[in-house]
Design a protein around this ligand. Structure first.
Ligand code: KE4
Length: 422
């Protein structure tokens, strides 16, 4: 018996989220019992340098004292009221200070809830049904967003999961990421029927793929002229690639932004927000319904606020970005020394690497055509060396403030050794 077989006896697939099951890399998932700083500890006592960081939230490193203290202090006073508390106001003010386009906000408990609510708000505010998303982007698992491209570029979407009604999929148009011509064509065909466009401003769910020059500007211009709402899904990039998220890197103001991961500091919290005139349509001020028992939970707000206060400290992103660049440069060098083709990307504390000689990687089909088998060998080789990357070739990686020169150098020494075996 193993921890995984025990789990499978009672938990669907043995995991509470599919990517954790190691289906993307083979083998059984590691069960962890603890973490501190940049290091995870497994049930069998092994230690791993962590580049998953709970899929993004742990930007300070695990068990940061400021976050632990805030959670402990708050929980002693009460876990949940189901009524307003000023911690909700405080974190909302902090988020608006760091992301000024968010004039009004609504806290929720997961990124899925944030994007699902933002889509409903866009549809309710505009009175339109159709939405545009991009292949390779993931926005959580609500029905309207589990849609892949139809047979033709502008044919209406088809469900990417059973259980999503075809009649709903017809309202989602899925375009190739970074395809400016396809965006212009779609607005030409559907412009006045489009409620919104939702996009990862830097894609992190097809490994890491940055926008090409003009892609985000085109989305902004087309949405403005068609009266459609531009939603930046910054659940991953928010406070990750820069203090003000990807929108601050590209100086583009979306109409709505979704946040998650870091905003909860490791606790279940996410948010959607943006232009006050649009957010005025959300209940109770407006007719678009949205609600949540644990939305704005004080313990989660305390963890998120403590985290945002830390990332707002002088020099935080300079140091984080420097260590991330050091990591990807070292991975590139290790691959090159071993004669292995590797494309890398990084922004702030986010990075990606793809085993391909098609460089730079700017489209989903390039990632899909990459050497996944080589990724699997690299993943398991690094795991054996005590380095834990995301167990999927389609995920981005994350560096925390707790990753210092020692952790990066240990990782690169391991990479040099493992690359030579590929
Ligand atoms: P959650 O519902 O998992 O909190 O957030 C959904 C979501 C929304 N938008 C973006 C850009 C996201 O990356 C995510 C979730 N990210 C995945 C990893 N790529 C979470 C890991 C998982 O699914 O277990």
């Amino acid at each position: 018996m193993s921890h995984f077989s025990d789990a499978r006896n009672v938990i669907a697939g043995g995991v509470n989220s599919p990517v954790r099951a190691f289906a993307g890399v083979g083998g059984e998932p590691i069960f962890f019992k603890g973490a501190n700083g940049a290091v995870l500890e497994s049930e069998d006592g092994r230690h791993y340098i962590d580049y998953v960081g709970s899929w993004g939230p742990m930007i300070l490193g695990h068990c940061h004292p400021a976050v632990v203290d805030a959670v402990v202090e708050t929980v002693k006073s009460g876990m949940s009221y189901g009524a307003p508390c000023i911690l909700e106001t405080r974190i909302a003010e902090k988020i608006r200070e760091l992301v000024p386009s968010i004039e009004r906000i609504r806290m929720v408990s997961s990124g899925t809830e944030a994007t699902m609510s933002a889509i409903r708000l866009a549809r309710g505010h505009t009175g339109r049904d159709k939405i545009v998303k991009f292949e390779g982007c993931y926005h959580g698992h609500s029905d309207s967003l589990l849609i892949k491209a139809g047979s033709g570029a502008l044919t209406l979407g088809v469900p990417s999961s059973p259980g999503v009604p075809a009649v709903l999929a017809e309202h989602t148009i899925t375009l190739p990421y970074n395809d400016i011509d396809a965006v212009v064509e779609a607005f030409g065909a559907f412009g006045d029927d489009l409620a919104c466009v939702i996009v990862e401003p830097i894609a992190g769910n097809m490994n890491m793929v940055p926008p090409i020059p003009g892609f985000l500007d085109t989305l902004r211009e087309q949405c403005t002229s068609a009266g459609a709402i531009l939603i930046f899904d910054e659940v991953m990039t928010g406070f990750r690639v820069a203090k003000g998220g990807a929108q601050s890197l590209f100086d583009i103001e979306p109409d709505l932004t979704t946040l998650g991961k870091i905003v909860g500091g490791g606790m279940p919290a996410a948010a959607f927000g943006g232009r006050a005139d649009i957010m005025a349509s959300i209940a109770p001020d407006g007719p678009v319904y949205q609600a949540g028992t644990l939305s704005g939970n004080p313990v989660a707000m305390a963890a998120g606020l403590a985290t945002l206060e830390q990332v707002d400290r002088s020099g935080f992103y300079e140091s984080l970005g420097s260590h991330t660049q050091q990591l990807v440069a070292g991975l590139s060098a290790a691959a090159s020394n071993a004669g292995v083709s590797l494309a890398t990307e990084s922004a702030g504390g986010m990075f990606g690497f793809v085993f391909t000689d098609a460089q730079p990687v700017r489209r989903f089909d390039q990632v899909a055509a990459a050497d996944i088998d080589r990724f699997k060998l690299f993943f398991h080789g690094m795991l054996a060396e005590g380095v834990y990357f995301a167990p999927s070739a389609f995920e981005a990686g994350f560096v925390s403030a707790a990753h210092g020169d020692a952790e990066i150098n240990k990782t690169l020494d391991a990479a040099q050794k493992v690359m030579a075996t590929l």
